[in-house]
Design a protein around this ligand. Structure first.
Ligand code: ZN
Ligand code: ZN
Length: 582
């Protein structure tokens, strides 16, 4: 039953509200037809296969990055490089004015240290390296989206930024992209991953948590070695480490609620070169800890060291060199609003709208091709974007087809991309970006027609409540702001028009806080003010998110230490991470 529930793909019934407005739907539904045009299909195939030949590991994607930049040059799309060592921030496509609503589309660029086992004409040219996670397809689909958006650029009511991100596989390239400004001005971000477990052509999303938080550990069980014929003269670390491996299973089986989801996997057990008649001095273990809930994740990270130390001590051995990665991945969560928009857009792309009055078809539209997927215990550094961008959605694109062999799992040396799905991925990226921008424009229009009072309320709705401090009163400037604001309300003060002019010339980013606050009351400037405030706080928010996680960790460490009756949690040292993530 548990398997059935956890792996179930729940069918979703979608009611398409937007189809009441024909023009709104049609603005992006043609993207799929365009993407299926012979020209773009040929380009998608070429990009995907050329990139497949040249896989590079995280932060070493120099040739890959150069290849992408060449394609962007050919399309006439400007970009910034490097952002995050080898990363690229392309665009914005569409409107480039300061403060317009902007959405980012993201593709990861790194390959894996895997030797490809499938013989195809475009097989990896680099021994021991393979695009076994579909990141070649992600880049090709984003280039495809770039072309679609470029050809419809004039009608975009905002900006679209394209992020080609390095080092998703364990090194947290997303975090470096954020730190180097990739998200400035961005109010929403969409990521797409090919998914062999989902039938080809199906689009999967899920509001809330989609993927797990993840971290990896390693430690050494140290004993006293000796002759294999005389174990009584040793402290055998092999037997102790074997017991530790078994005991760690209890952390999930007996300490985690059956309603919760968590994993503790010991994946390496290394006794060194050794000999059959020698008991070694030490055994090195390593593995991964994952959980959907942050609390569970932090508790497990503490308990791994405690249990290992306690069990090893029972065998007369010690545990040392406990290390965790420097950048544990948080859970990947989908914003409910953006996830709902993904469902709506995907449905409109894949199924034509019902005849007017056909309520039966309205109710079942999208049920076959757009599905709510279950959570997975894999992880993604896309989760870092969720720390700082209010609306994030990570969507999966089904490529599974047993006849073609494209249902082989990610990170498998026999993994294969289903190239027929490339146009759908490209169209989905482009369509979602367009739909989101139209949604923002429509909302702004409604506010303008409904008066300016609602503007700031909407701005606050667009930002993450507990992260955004833009709405907090500024004690020093409140008096000034209020008096100017009152004058603005009267509509007669000539100073106000001069301030507006000043803001138009200089851009709201350069305005002092009190003036920004005044301008936020006016629909013309409200979005720009929200974006400027958001950008100003970006680095700070990333830091706050990190501090929050550390605080949670400390809290759990203290609680766990209390519960175990020990004075301190085991020593933890940082080490470079190498997750085997999505
Ligand atoms: Zn991967
Ligand atoms: Zn991946």
């Amino acid at each position: 039953m548990e398997t059935l529930i956890s792996s179930a793909v729940l069918r979703l019934w979608v009611l398409c509200a937007c189809c009441a407005i024909t023009a709104y739907c049609q603005s992006y539904t043609t993207y799929l037809e365009e993407a299926k045009g012979a020209d773009l299909v040929a380009s998608l195939l070429r990009w995907r296969r050329e990139l497949h030949k040249m896989p590079e590991l995280g932060f070493l994607e120099t040739s890959t990055s150069e290849y992408i930049r060449t394609q962007l040059d050919q399309m006439g799309i400007p970009y910034e490089y490097p952002v995050g060592k080898t990363g690229i921030r392309a665009g914005p496509l569409g409107k480039t004015d300061e403060g317009v609503p902007t959405i980012a589309l993201r593709a990861d660029m790194d390959g894996l240290p895997i030797t490809e086992e499938v013989d195809v004409p475009y097989k990896s040219m680099t021994p021991g390296r393979m695009h076994a996670c579909g990141h070649d397809a992600h880049m090709a689909m984003l280039l495809g989206a770039a072309r679609l958006l470029k050809s419809n650029e004039a009608s975009l009511p905002g900006g679209v930024v394209l992020l080609f991100q390095p080092a998703e596989e364990g090194l947290g390239g997303a975090r470096m992209m954020i730190e180097e400004g990739a998200l400035r001005g961005v109010g929403a971000i969409h990521g797409l991953h090919v998914w062999p477990a989902l039938p080809a052509g199906v689009i999967g999303t899920r509001p809330g948590v989609l993927l797990a938080a993840s971290d990896r550990f390693s430690f050494v069980v140290r004993g006293v070695g000796g002759h294999g014929a005389m174990p009584h003269t040793t402290r055998d670390p092999v037997v102790a480490a074997a017991a530790v491996v078994m005991a760690l299973q209890v952390l999930v089986a007996r300490e985690t609620s059956p309603m919760d989801s968590a994993v503790v996997t010991v994946s390496t057990f290394n006794t060194g070169p050794g000999a059959t008649n020698v008991i070694p001095e030490s055994v090195k273990l390593s593995g991964t800890v994952r959980a959907l809930a942050n609390d569970t994740f932090h508790r497990l990270r503490i308990r791994v060291g405690q249990v290992a130390t306690g069990i090893a001590a029972g065998y007369g051995c010690v545990v040392d060199n406990v290390t965790w990665s420097e950048v544990p991945y948080p859970p990947t969560r989908n914003d409910e609003r953006l996830s709902a928009l993904v469902r709506e857009v995907a449905t409109n792309l894949l199924e034509s709208p019902p005849e007017s009055g056909d309520t039966d078809k309205s109710l079942t539209r999208g049920s076959a091709k757009v599905q709510e997927v279950g959570t997975a215990m894999t992880a993604e550094d896309f989760s870092f974007y969720g720390d700082v961008v209010p609306q994030t959605a990570f969507t999966v694109l089904g490529i599974g087809d047993s006849a073609k062999g494209t249902n082989v799992g990610l990170h498998n040396p026999r993994f294969q991309m289903n190239d027929e799905q490339l146009p759908l991925g490209a169209a989905l990226h482009a369509a979602l970006a367009t739909a989101w921008l139209e949604q923002q424009a429509q909302r702004q229009q409604e506010q303008e027609s409904g008066g300016t009072a609602a503007t700031t309320a909407d701005v606050h709705e667009e930002t993450d409540d507990d992260l955004n401090d833009a709405s907090q009163p500024d004690a020093d400037s409140d008096g000034v702001a209020m008096s100017v604001a009152t004058a603005a309300d009267s509509g007669e003060d000539p100073r106000i028009e001069s301030l507006r002019k000043y803001a138009r010339e200089k851009g709201v980013k350069r305005m002092p806080p009190w003036l920004r606050k005044v301008l936020a009351r006016e629909s013309e400037f409200a979005h720009a003010v929200a974006q400027a405030d958001f950008e100003d706080g970006l680095r700070e928010r990333l830091e706050q998110a990190r501090l929050r996680r550390e605080e949670q960790q400390r809290k759990h460490a203290a609680a766990a230490a209390d519960a175990a009756g020990t004075a301190d949690a085991p020593a933890v040292e940082g080490s470079p991470s190498s997750h085997d993530e999505l």
